[in-house]
Design a protein around this ligand. Structure first.
Ligand code: ZN
Ligand code: ZN
Length: 180
């Protein structure tokens, strides 16, 4: 087992990495160096917490699986991995939420644009209807004027000329507005 920086004697603070000696894991979850093991009253009492000891094991391959887990570097690696995973997934989630919000916003704008266009189409349609009615009444006026003819010719000519002008204006406006 490779000595990790944090492993130290809980009594004299000697670090396992710096000291060429054996270390022991105690059943009370304290750690002692070989020297301080001499203060356990023949392995019965922990000098750190004063609890009686059920057992102690030399740090290394003779430890139980459960004890080894406590010294494994795995939890640190797992934590770092979890942290990176968490950051990555958080970023991904944030990105997703942002794009959903953006899409929702542009959908709202599209809806507004659509109703605006509908309004404009309706307005244009009304203008077109008005012009068509105007043209019809002008045509009717012209027809009546032409068919009446006779003595009031000058007045009728003036009236007709004016109406023809208005009629052509109406026609060109209608042509602009006509959907075909
Ligand atoms: Zn010690
Ligand atoms: Zn102890």
């Amino acid at each position: 087992m490779s000595a990790q920086q944090w492993i130290h004697c809980n009594l004299c603070n000697a670090q396992m990495a710096n000291k060429d000696t054996k270390f022991y894991h105690l059943s009370c979850l304290d750690v002692l160096c070989r020297t301080c093991m001499g203060k356990t009253n023949r392995g019965t009492t922990c000098p750190v917490c004063n609890n009686s000891l059920r057992h102690f094991t030399e740090l290394g391959s003779s430890m139980s699986r459960k004890e080894k887990m406590l010294y494994h570097s795995f939890p640190v690696g797992l934590y770092q991995m979890s942290y990176q995973t968490l950051l990555f997934q958080h970023k991904q989630r944030k990105r997703l939420v942002e794009s959903i919000l953006k899409t929702r916003e542009s959908l709202k704008r599209l809806d507004e644009l659509e109703s605006e266009i509908k309004n404009q189409v309706a307005q244009t349609q009304r203008k077109y209807e008005n012009l068509r009615n105007h043209r019809r009444s002008l045509q009717e006026n012209m027809r009546q004027t032409v068919s009446s003819g006779g003595g009031e010719r000058n007045i009728g000519d003036d009236f007709a000329a004016k109406d023809v002008h208005a009629y052509s204006v109406g026609l060109s406006a209608e042509r602009e507005l006509s959907p075909t």
